[in-house]
Design a protein around this ligand. Structure first.
Ligand code: 5CA
Ligand code: ZN
Length: 415
């Protein structure tokens, strides 16, 4: 599906280091594996409400990764999904009397315009789940044939049975096992599985943690005719199938917010390995959760600060971007309404500083400082501090400094 417009991206002189990133699966920092280019899959939105600052913050983290990879000469292939058919979206559509397709389309549009306002480099492949239902069904059939999936009696569907992934069998017969990515203990896995869309109490499952791969059609729910009969995809398999379609394994980075560590990324990885025999991703990166009014900002709680509303109220989107970049992507943090006021003032100072730039052709100490900070696990607070120091100390900028703030932090001080 259509993504959004590519922002201007100046190229910088000199050489940039390859970034290291914290890997959830090992708990330590590694240099990202870009031997086959930057193969980046980041989980996209479930489009039933506008982009809030939590989503924006997560996408800015991976946008930063894409920017420093490109600066280091890496060819990047970036893939992102939208979960445009799923229970919470269908519920919201029902509750508000809006057709689910219209709800998804309108919120995806708003997401595109939010990302464009924030200067986020779009994915090369932006894929709606409703466009890959057949591919998912074929992959689930393959998992049934290889006995990594099984059917569970589904009396409330006249279209066949639901299909589940057999975590124990995959754990015994493939390179994947439960815990390989999340490193969680069984109790925590169970708690997250229940809280995050799993159904541990479903009768007929082999392991309570087996996730749904395919949901047979129910009355009043959207469904598609496929090799498995009428139905729709389970959640984790959508990301596996979309990643396999456009990227080569192992991915360089599989990313998203930390609420996706378990079960989502663990199970997506399991499905991928069961389908291909290969390791799914060489690194799993997760952004911290943004809170507002004391709780995780979430569509289900409704405590949202929306990018679109800030922009509509006249806030410079560069100030929103800067306010988000001031937090380290891995930390959990809380948004306060004042944050953006401070960033607006900061952008004004930075713009005035940049206006005096003299032509330059060489990488400067500031460019080196930005590259070093960002290559060290995307340390955007340190990078922002380096620019702030140059502005406060009135270090005369060159055009390369201004380009570097644009290319690496995504903030165009000439606009
Ligand atoms: N469609 C699925 C992924 S396949 C999904 O999680 N959608 S979402 O709309 O709920 O979230 C989109 C992205 O934003 C995910 O990477 C999620 O981890 C991240 N996210 C959600 N809430 C927050 C938050 N409060 N702070 C930071 N990131 C968040
Ligand atoms: Zn996903």
């Amino acid at each position: 599906m259509r993504s959004w417009n590519v922002p201007a991206l100046p190229s910088l002189p000199g050489s940039a280091p390859l970034p290291t990133l914290h890997d959830t699966a090992t708990g330590s920092k590694h240099v990202t594996d870009v031997s086959r280019g930057g193969q980046l899959y980041v989980c996209g939105i479930t489009p039933y409400d506008a982009t809030h600052l939590g989503h924006a913050s997560t996408y800015l983290a991976f946008d930063t990764l894409g920017r420093i990879w490109r600066d280091a000469g890496v060819e990047v292939t970036y893939v992102q999904n939208t979960t445009d058919v799923d229970d919470p979206l269908l519920e919201r559509a029902r509750d508000t009397g809006v057709d689910w397709r219209e709800l998804a389309a309108s919120q995806t549009d708003l997401f595109r315009s939010d990302m464009e306002h924030l200067g986020v480099i779009p994915p090369d492949h932006f894929v709606a789940v409703t466009d890959v239902v057949d591919d998912v069904a074929r992959s689930v059939s393959a998992l049934l044939e290889s006995s990594f999936a099984y059917r569970v009696d589904t009396p409330d569907s006249s279209a066949g049975d639901d299909v589940y992934f057999d975590v124990d069998r995959a754990g015994q017969e493939t390179l994947w096992h439960l815990g390989i990515e999340s490193r969680l203990d069984p109790e925590t896995m169970m708690r997250f599985f229940r809280e995050r869309g799993g159904d541990p109490d479903r009768d007929g499952k082999r392991n309570a943690l087996d996730p749904l791969l395919w949901r047979a059609a129910r009355d009043g729910e959207p469904s598609w005719p496929t090799v498995l009969g009428e139905g729709r995809p389970g959640w984790h398999i959508e990301c596996t199938v979309i990643a396999l379609e456009h990227l080569s394994l192992p991915l360089s980075v599989n990313g998203g917010g930390s609420d996706l560590i378990f079960p989502h990324h663990e199970m997506s990885a399991g499905h991928g390995t069961a389908l291909t025999g290969e390791t799914f991703s060489s690194l799993y990166a997760h952004a911290g959760m943004v809170a507002y009014e004391g709780e995780k900002m979430s569509k289900s709680l409704g405590n949202l600060v929306k990018v679109s509303e800030l922009v509509a109220s006249g806030v410079d989107p560069r100030a929103v971007r800067l306010a988000l970049l001031q937090h380290h992507y891995r930390s959990d943090w809380e948004w306060f309404d004042d944050d953006v006021t401070a960033s607006i003032a900061r952008i004004t100072h930075w713009v005035a500083w940049a206006a005096d730039a003299t032509p330059g052709a060489e990488a400067t100490p500031l460019v080196a400082a930005l590259r070093d900070a960002l290559a060290d696990d995307l340390d955007t607070p340190n990078a922002v501090a380096a620019v702030e120091r140059a502005v406060v100390e009135d270090v005369p900028p060159t055009s390369v400094d201004v380009d570097a703030v644009h290319a690496l932090l995504g903030i165009d001080l000439r606009a």
